[in-house]
Design a protein. Sequence first.
Length: 309
Amino acid sequence: MHVKRSDLKEMEMKGLSIYRNEQGRDRFLAAYDQALSEWPIPYEISNVSTEFGDTHVIRCGNLANPPLLLIHGMTATSLMWSANIAEWCRDYYVYCIDVPGDFGKSTLLKPLSSKEAAAQWLLELTQELRLEKFHLLGHSMGGFISLNFALVHPERVRSLTLLAPAGSFAPLSRMFYLHMFPAVMFKTQWLIDRAFTWCMSRQNSLDLLPASYRALMSASYKNCFPRLGLLPTVFTEAELSQCSFPALFIVGEDEVIYRHSISDVQAKARMIPDMTLATVPKAGHLLSVEQKQQINDLVIEFLSKQQWG
């Protein structure tokens, strides 16, 4: 099912390609490859077939270790994990997944247009990877997708780590749409920088991001259009109270995406019976980069407490 360059025009006619045009595709892929060339540890690439398209996966670590799946935030690509991957793959075999329809190297044949479709895609992916049970970690939209999957298939989730999941426990702030959508629609560098600066703690700046990743962000917004087809929603207390897996919810003290206060969001997260909460100082929505060492330590500490079996 691997999609070739010659299939791009047909996909564009069906409205399934993320690329604005062929030249944009080349510019995006060049920026992606440049950022990936700076990946801090050895890796392998897989393109895994599902009915939703080929999913691009970066694999790292020792295959004998327990599996850990990472799902990136919307428009962030798997390369957002470059700040964390070296430490997390010491004791885990890590799969960094580009979500089909979002910015990245996955291809889209069928949109993830509902929670049911998103859960089915991730089920097919993990089945193709021959993973029966695994640790699952997601940021922002990736957190929503991860929690959604865990609610449908709890038997496959050894643990769940959520970094500021979109929706899930509280609606998105209207300011989120006011800052992020103009960057997607009008794709100027000023709007792109404005959007990501808004996401961060005022104590931090875009200078924390590697130059190659900032270039990838710019190339993404200027040359691609997200076609995920899924909006994050809030799960009910009844759904959350039935969770049977250990969970960790990490949020920055300067988080901006939620309509409610952090304390209210954390109160809703506590509906998951085995929930650990952590608030990270001097961090906004890009917390895995803004305070990477604290995030790395929190994740490793949490995962190390989970017995494998």
